[in-house]
Design a protein around this ligand. Structure first.
Ligand SMILES: N[C@@H](CCC(=O)N[C@@H](CS)C(=O)NCC(=O)O)C(=O)O
Length: 211
């Protein structure tokens, strides 16, 4: 399999973790999101992902999957061990809710495209953009902090999709210097996950295109 990735992309980070948890081998094709106005905007990459974003996963059959949560669902359905969702239906809903707070409510507002847009189109200075960035992480993390169950992982003793989404979002928070003292449970889950090789191997600094 071929993963179109960028070391700093937290959406690609989610897929890297899932691939590693499932023990699936893959090659990385780096799509630099800054160089030359974004290599993701070149026609060669648009032919792979019409939405021009990473991650995209090319399967051995040649089919290409896009959208991190759709890719992770596909991997979980085609390679059920270890499962990324608990059996209990209520627990599954909580796992999905944490994943969606991150993937649907925090990340889209703090993604590179929207940040670029508010800077260039609305002329916002960097301090305002940083405040915006911090605000949406804080707002989402406040909710997630109350949802975390006795661990060591976000939803108990097993790693789930919630952890797969949470660890990359914590990495983004740290990169943008969001204070995390108010979120001891989130910080604890992050530390527990990063002890696992599947998470450690997926870290931005451990990617072939890391700068
Ligand atoms: N909802 C998408 C988000 C994908 C996404 O927006 N990726 C960012 C990097 S984290 C990207 O490729 N941005 C392109 C750009 O900045 O132009 C997913 O979960 O895969």
């Amino acid at each position: 399999m071929q993963l179109y990735s960028y070391f700093r992309s937290s959406a690609a980070y989610r897929v890297r973790i899932a691939l590693n948890l499932k023990g699936l081998a893959y090659d990385t094709t780096s799509i630099h999101l800054q160089k030359e106005g974004g290599m993701n905007r070149k026609p060669e990459f648009r032919a792979i992902n019409p939405h021009m974003r990473v991650p995209a996963l090319k399967l051995d059959s040649g089919e290409v999957l896009i959208q991190s949560l759709a890719i992770i669902d596909y991997l979980d359905e085609t390679h059920p061990r270890p499962p990324l969702l608990p059996k209990d239906l209520l627990a599954r809903a909580t796992v999905r809710a944490i994943a969606q707070i991150i993937a649907c409510d925090i990340h889209p507002l703090n993604n590179t495209g929207p940040l670029r847009y508010i800077k260039n189109e609305f002329g916002q200075e960097q301090a305002k953009i940083d405040a915006w960035y911090h605000y949406w992480i804080r707002e989402g993390f406040e909710a997630i902090e109350t949802m975390i169950r006795p661990g060591p992982y976000a939803c108990g003793a097993e790693v789930t999709l919630a952890d797969v989404c949470l660890v990359p979002q914590v990495a983004n928070a740290r990169r943008f210097k969001v204070p995390l003292e108010r979120f001891p449970k989130i910080v604890g889950v992050d530390a527990a996950c990063l002890k696992l090789p599947a998470f450690d191997k997926a870290r931005p600094e451990n990617q072939p295109d890391a700068e």
